[in-house]
Design a protein. Structure first.
Length: 319
């Protein structure tokens, strides 16, 4: 049994219960509370340093300075088990060799080359955290001014009509273009989508390739302030061909810009190909210079409410 409403109000609409943040409550009158993926089901892939699902036991696999690896899970509040992370890494670096998929679809992100593994701890053993709000732990993809990344070599969307991506991200610099999440290649038939930060305009953009060869793009509204360095952003990006519309919201901006920047026809490409967090997936171009704490992709028949996703993520990360 689980709780989906409290005093008749859906839990997805509630931030605090008796002054306590909802995410920090494990049970209400002995009944287990819902997690993020209970409120927003149907994710194709879900990566986070918080517990998104009751069945998720591990968040990341971490390699310490001695070469030993260990799975790091969650504490009793559903946050990253920093105590276990500290015990494993001590006062030294911690690299990510695997970011576990919490959707139940086993779409883990991995890196086998230790020199390319992103970092959860720096050389002094300090855990990387986002700059704003709750100072949540984060994964750093640009240690030593060199790109690191995580791959899923055979990702495929389960829908060619629409998709939603939710991400929590922060950039060291905003003067150069950077790929946050990418499923792209030099061959059009293997190109699916790119979630990126545009260096020229400091906006967040979602680009999708469609079956007829066209490229459709949507980006954060002109009503939003431009992206700034060292600032935490909750991003919810959406693309659809039925109806034909797209939207990128950042930190709660709901001034929707549904028209794509260029017209096309066809369905969304859904190849089986490499999906990457931290750079363009095929050639390593435009690496992200910054951190990512969470990345969730939905492409099911029915998509969750995007405004509710934004509210949940903003409340948890304090942005």
């Amino acid at each position: 049994m689980s709780v989906d409403k409290f005093n008749g109000v859906s839990l997805s609409s509630i931030t605090f219960i008796d002054g306590v943040r909802k995410e920090e409550i494990e049970k209400i009158n002995g009944v287990i509370r819902l997690h993020f993926l209970d409120d927003f089901p149907g994710a194709r892939a879900a990566y986070s340093l918080r517990q998104l699902s009751l069945t998720a036991t591990s968040a990341i696999r971490v390699r310490n300075s001695s070469g030993g690896e260990a799975d790091i899970g969650f504490d009793s509040d559903g946050n990253l088990d920093v105590a276990s992370l500290n015990l494993h890494c001590g006062s030294n670096i911690g690299r990510i060799s695997k970011w576990y998929d919490q959707s139940g679809n086993s779409e883990d992100m991995v890196q086998t080359d230790q020199t390319k593994m992103p970092y959860i701890k720096n050389a002094s053993g300090t855990t990387y955290t986002m700059s704003d709000g709750s100072n949540e732990p984060s994964i750093y993809f640009y240690f030593g001014s060199s790109s690191q990344w995580l791959d899923n070599a055979s990702f495929v969307s389960n829908n060619t009509d629409h998709m939603v991506i939710s991400s929590v991200v922060e950039f060291d610099t905003v003067t150069t273009g950077q790929q946050v999440l990418s499923q792209w290649s030099g061959t059009q038939s293997s190109q699916a989508f790119q979630l990126s930060m545009l260096g020229a305009s400091s906006k967040i953009r979602l680009s999708n390739r469609v079956s007829t060869g066209g490229l459709i793009r949507t980006q954060s509204p002109t009503s939003s302030s431009t992206i700034s360095a060292d600032t935490t952003y909750s991003v919810v990006a959406y693309a659809s061909v039925t109806p034909y519309e797209g939207d990128v919201d950042i930190n709660g901006d709901t001034a929707h810009e549904y028209p794509f920047t260029n017209a096309s026809t066809g369905t969304l490409n859904a190849p089986t190909s490499t999906m990457t967090i931290g750079r363009r997936s095929d050639n390593g171009a435009a690496p992200i210079q910054g951190m990512v704490s969470e990345m969730v992709v939905w492409s099911d028949t029915t998509l969750p409410n995007r405004n509710s996703i934004m509210t949940n993520v903003k409340n948890h990360y304090g942005v």
